[in-house]
Design a protein around this ligand. Sequence first.
Ligand code: MG
Length: 336
Amino acid sequence: MKNDKITLAHGSGGKLTHELIRQLFLPNFSNEALSQLGDSAILQFNGARLAFTTDSYVVKPLFFPGGDIGRLAVSGTINDLAVVGAKPMFLSAGFIIEEGFEMSLLEKVVNSMKETAAVAGVEIVTGDTKVVERGSVDNLYINTCGIGVVNNGVNLSISRIEIGDKIIISGTIADHGLAVISERESLGFSPSIKSDCAPLSGLIGRLINSGANIKFMRDPTRGGLATTLNEIVNTKKYGILINEQNIPINNNVRALCEILGYDPLYIANEGKVVIVASANDAAKVCDILKEDDLGKDAEIIGEALKEPQGKVCLKTVIGGTRIIDMLVGDQLPRIC
Ligand code: MG
């Protein structure tokens, strides 16, 4: 590999993370389930299909408008199960705690995990606690794993995407990343930007049960919408064109992005899903999303096109078209 040291960008979810996965993890752990590179691994077990996933949370600060590390750790893993079409069922929770961390804060985080799990109907059934010397970690890190069941008849796969399929986003982008960075840097932006951090299993379950022809879903977390769309088209014989005009963004998020020089397309979301659906069913998918508070700002934002193959293009509001690459470097470390 080019780098001989790990950089923050290796954890960005963008180009260097993908390089690390493809050059180190994939060849060494090589197996069929991993090679799919889904949000969860899909495992065949006694005739059932299980979805299995894990994620670690190192967000700084631990508490931010709209959420905290506990809500994030439960929602994020639930969402990685939900987007592969699974009903999330059981979670584990591993805590790495810095010596001296306030017990009252840990209680707040655990209560938040309890509430989020209850809303989504999942149980935290196993866990682990480690405490390390002061200075060895920054307050608190949490790892969660999740297991869910994929019902018969659910068939989501990137390989089902065809030219003409529509791209849908379930709501406004960039809220989570901006909320965390505003809180961390004490930007005092008023009204404060709230994270979208939420479990999407209820919303996604209703979509799946509707019978709409959904081809593929992914939650656009680190690396944002731009990186998720690039993961979809990467090495494929089609491209994706999205319309800037149709991408929902809260006004205060747009304003802060302009002030700070961030592109909202690359900022993390923690309560949004990108859905690729057949052209015939895209409006129906959007209507179902809009019935739910978590999907009320859903929009059809683009489609899969024949050209340019393997690329994501953005039609800008002023009428030009530009290529949108995967995130390079790391805009905002430790936002999840
Ligand atoms: Mg994901």
